[in-house]
Design a protein around this ligand. Structure first.
Ligand SMILES: Nc1ncnc2c1ncn2[C@@H]1O[C@H](COP(=O)(O)OP(=O)(O)OP(=O)(O)O)[C@@H](O)[C@H]1O
Ligand SMILES: [Mg+2]
Length: 918
């Protein structure tokens, strides 16, 4: 599926210059022109050169061309947002109900409904703006950069430096290496082994090979008789396009077009959204649908009962409409976005940057965390520990060949794949004074995580007639390519017995936690054409280099705390199974039976899902296998987080419910992830998960309280329809009461959360929500019935209109007071106490409800609302009903938790980490 990188598409609005958006044919034509010129002419046309632009020129060009971002995603205008808010299904329902009320002549009711719509839309627009601001601020904390070569002045030497990609201009010289995002549309100047993932533009998952043409040659466009315009397409091998990523190899390139003038910019409108529906979207939709269903059943029921008992009357219809309005959770979207934004802000305080805000909910729902090994379970401070010849004796020559491989992979421009092992090798070579600059690089066959080896081809000054191929990589994969073995006294054939001995030698080191890379070389006659992977054969094994990475001290504690929170940790690594086992042991993870990448290819998805559920450690797996394991776990009902930082992790980061990466990760990992940890260890994942659960717990509270209380009210109204000869509350009063209650519930987004609610993964569960509502709603009704009895006692059985007003006011006050109490009694598992009480905003919200209840009947608004002052005896009786309600609801809630606790215990222990329902 097409996927649009955030840093290109979701930045603040572009400048006016960039707003003029060329169409695709125009963009293609321009790119085709550049593609058909010799490189030198391209550079001349762009007033650039291999030494890069001068800084001043770059600034001028930036002012002319605008930032290198895609227009089309400017922040929506207020009016657009308002329109969007108005078309929200809850608001639409209110509008319809308001319209019907107006047509029926109930202008008071229509006005209150109008006020509700206005407040809800206004809050939603404001909250969305705030939400976007939070998201933009957070994204700005994880800026993606590009390496650009520029000069301070015309005579200054060129210098490579990182700049945010939005600052690139046409003519800039950029260097690209594995894991980089291609930051603009570029023409390749030099390249080696370059492949680019262009799925974002083509949907094609297999990376495309790319290569530069020779400097002054006119590219050979005759093949296939392609017109210039055709060269501007994705298939052109010497152009790379914004939005795609470097999967392997390295290159130097000149920027041709930026921002909206790029191919990606022209295509942007047609790209699919980044991801399919997440667990969060599904949850919100499911609950909304259930609520609308409840409303569609209850409101007609109230009307039918009323009409049956008292005959069809307008009053009954208004009453039913008001009930429908009461049941519409029009503030739900506001509540949800407030809670998400709060969660994301709180995450940032723990150094956790939530790039896509709904991810905060998904974090709380994670029950499996898949992680790679380096940097999370280990410190990512890899050091060379040993260098041994093929017989296991220390030999510095092996180190030199390995270091040459790492240096030459850099190929003078950029690292082909410069990972922690290469870094360690170069640092060690420098420390020990091993020369690595006395050869020239001929070609590179870059590393990839499936082959697990990299090769370089060099020419040494003292052997001019020979190319030397140097391969280093995972022991099994390199030994596979060897036919000979270097001994002190010369090379010998590699026998099967020797092969076994060497593999066992590798295993012994791995079991000790040492990552062993084998090093092999071969002489080749010089050639003109490029080297390919098939040239990695008939090599001579010369020895091994061993690396150690210290375990992270915090890893064991973090794994234990994740387990205590119901999150199972699984390790998915490309490394040797025995190294993985050792690292897991140090981190307190019971590795159990380790499954290898080769073992899973033959399995169907269901079988793999099963196996993945039972397995803790997967070793020697490639990037696609990582992603497949994540997908099958999700298909088996798990909510999966994936934590990784490499090019090889990005498919899995995209496929997980929540992709998590660290700040130092390669660009593509940072783009693919939903969450970036500024402090790269597992402990901050625990913090992030806790924040996610806190956010969800508050959304859940809101739903439980509002729905159970509204449902209780509907039952009371049904009972009243049967028992009373008049309506228990005027439609207008129902609406006003509903508006007050809804507004005062919003601060729940900022509430404290009971520690117990944070212990298990949580996610939306409409079934359990329904059970909760069916259990606690009727308690509300019981209190109402008692209140009805008392009020009838005061007013008499067939009260005159004035006495009816007293009844209405009485129930209005009692209802608001019980609802305020419900907030405190239902917000936590425990009853309110000094240790477990609501946060200040919630206290203020409930105080507001109480104040409204106790002042409205005595205020000037009383008459227009059909209310009357309550006599003292009535007020005191209602307060007694409130006390009764508190006792009942407290007991019912305690019983609920006990019964539900027992049911979930009977359903099986939670040690499997499956999410607790609700
Ligand atoms: N720069 C390199 N040159 C040669 N071989 C390498 C290099 N980097 C890694 N390898 C080999 O490839 C294997 C897989 O590496 P890869 O980086 O794909 O694993 P990973 O899943 O990212 O590992 P981890 O879990 O440690 O992050 C390594 O165990 C090593 O044998
Ligand atoms: Mg890795």
């Amino acid at each position: 599926m097409a996927w649009a990188p955030d840093s290109l598409t979701a930045l603040p609005p572009p400048q006016p210059e960039a707003a003029e958006k060329p169409g695709l044919p125009e963009v293609r034509g321009r790119l085709g022109e550049y593609a058909s010129m010799p490189v030198l002419q391209v550079l001349r046309r762009l007033s650039s050169g291999p030494r890069g632009l001068e800084e001043d020129t770059a600034q001028e060009l930036l002012a002319r061309h605008g930032d290198n971002i895609i227009a089309g995603s400017p922040a929506p205008r207020r009016a657009t947002r308002l329109l969007h808010a108005l078309t929200n299904p809850f608001v639409l329902i209110l509008l319809v109900l308001g319209g019907v009320s107006a047509v029926l002549g109930a202008f008071g009711a229509a006005t209150v409904i109008g006020v509700m719509v206005l407040i809800s839309c206004w809050l939603q627009v404001r909250q969305e703006q705030r939400f976007d601001r939070v998201a933009a601020t957070l994204r700005a904390m994880v800026v993606t950069t590009a390496t650009v070569v520029r000069r301070a002045s015309s005579d200054a030497p060129p210098a490579a430096r990182e700049i945010p990609i939005d600052q690139l201009v046409p003519g800039d010289i950029v260097t690209l290496s594995a894991g980089d995002m291609i930051p603009a549309d570029v023409r390749l100047l030099r390249s080696s082994g370059l492949t680019a993932d262009q799925a974002v533009l083509t949907g094609e998952a297999i990376p495309a090979a790319k290569h530069a043409t020779s400097e002054d040659a006119v590219p050979d466009v005759s093949a296939g008789g392609r017109a210039t315009g055709d060269l501007g397409t994705i298939d052109c091998p010497w152009l790379c396009f914004m939005g795609s990523t470097v999967t392997a190899g390295a290159a130097t390139a000149v920027v041709i077009t930026t921002g909206t003038a790029t191919y990606f910019g022209a295509m942007h409108a047609h790209l699919a959204p980044r991801r399919a529906e997440t667990a969060f979207d599904r949850g919100v939709k499911g609950v909304s649908r259930a609520l609308i269903g409840l409303m569609l059943v209850c409101a007609p029921l109230v009307f039918i009962v009323n009409a049956t008992v008292h005959g069809v009357r307008y009053a009954a219809l208004w009453f039913a409409i008001s009930v429908a309005v009461g049941l519409t959770p029009e503030m739900l979207p506001v509540m949800v976005s407030t809670a998400l934004a709060r969660g994301a802000r709180a995450g940032a305080r723990h150094n956790v940057i939530i790039k896509r805000l709904p991810a905060i909910h998904n974090l709380g729902a994670i029950d499996v965390l898949c992680t790679d090994k380096t940097g999370t379970l280990t410190q990512d401070q890899v050091g060379v520990d040993r260098h041994l010849d093929a017989d296991g004796h220390p030999d510095p020559r092996v180190l030199r060949w390995a270091a040459l491989n790492s240096t030459m992979a850099a190929h003078g421009d950029a690292a082909v794949l410069f990972n922690e092992l290469d870094e360690a090798l170069l640092a060690h070579a420098e420390q020990t004074g091993i020369p690595v600059d006395d050869v020239t690089c001929v070609d590179v066959i870059p590393f990839d995580s499936t082959r697990r080896r990299s090769s370089v081809i060099v020419r040494a000054g003292d052997r001019p007639g020979t190319d030397i191929l140097i391969t280093k990589g995972a022991a099994e994969q390199v030994i596979d390519c060897c036919t000979r073995l270097r001994r002190d006294d010369g090379d010998v054939p590699l026998t099967e017995a020797e092969r076994q001995r060497l593999l066992e030698f590798g295993d012994r080191h791995a079991a000790d936690g040492v990552r062993l890379l084998a090093v092999a070389i071969a002489d080749r006659p010089p050639r003109l054409g490029a080297y390919r992977q098939t040239d990695e054969r008939e090599l001579t094994l010369i020895g091994f280099v061993g690396f150690r990475d210290r375990p992270r001290e915090s890893a064991a504690a973090a794994v234990a705390s994740l387990a205590a929170r119901g999150v199972t940790v699984k390790v998915l690594t490309g490394d040797h199974p025995l190294v993985a086992a050792r690292v897991c042991r140090d981190a307190g993870i019971d590795a159990g039976r380790i499954v290898l990448g080769d073992d899973i290819d033959a399995l169907g998805d269901a079988e793999l899902g099963d196996l993945a559920d039972r397995t803790t450690v997967f070793a020697r797996i490639d990037p696609e296998q990582k992603a497949r394991i994540v997908r099958t776990l999700r298909a088996a009902g798990r909510t999966v987080g994936f934590l990784g930082d490499g090019v090889n992790d990005s498919p899995a980061l995209r496929d997980a419910d929540v992709g998590i990466t660290v700040d130092g990760a390669v660009a593509i990992a940072r783009e693919s992830a939903d969450v970036v940890l500024l402090r790269g260890d597992l402990l901050s994942v625990t913090d992030a998960i806790t924040e996610g659960r806190r956010t969800f717990a508050n959304i859940k509270k809101y739903l439980e309280i509002t729905i159970s209380s509204n449902f209780g009210n509907v039952l009371s109204m049904l009972a009243a329809s049967v028992l009373l000869p008049f309506l228990p509350m005027l439609p207008l009063q129902i609406l006003v009461q509903n508006l007050c209650f809804d507004l005062c519930l919003l601060p729940l987004a900022f509430d404290h959360v009971d520690e117990r609610a944070l212990r298990r993964p949580r996610t939306f569960d409409s079934a359990r929500l329904t059970r909760f509502v069916l259990w606690l709603g009727p308690v509300n009704t019981m209190a109402d019935l008692v209140a009805f009895g008392i009020l009838l006692h005061i007013t008499g059985d067939h009260p005159a209109p004035a006495a009816q007003a007293l009844f209405h006011t009485g129930w209005f006050v009692e209802n608001l007071l019980t609802q305020a109490a419900a907030i405190h009694l239902l917000r936590s598992r425990r009853l309110p106490s000094r240790r477990d009480h609501a946060a200040l905003p919630v206290l203020l919200g409930t105080a507001a409800i109480g104040a409204i209840a106790m002042t409205l009947p005595w205020s000037p608004l009383a008459a227009p609302l059909g209310m009357t002052a309550l006599p003292m005896i009535c007020l005191l009786s209602l307060i007694l009903v409130l006390v009764l309600y508190c006792v009942l609801i407290g007991a019912a809630k305690t019983l609920w938790h006990r019964i539900e606790g027992r049911t979930s215990a009977a359903a099986g222990p939670r040690s499997d980490g499956r999410p607790a329902t609700w």
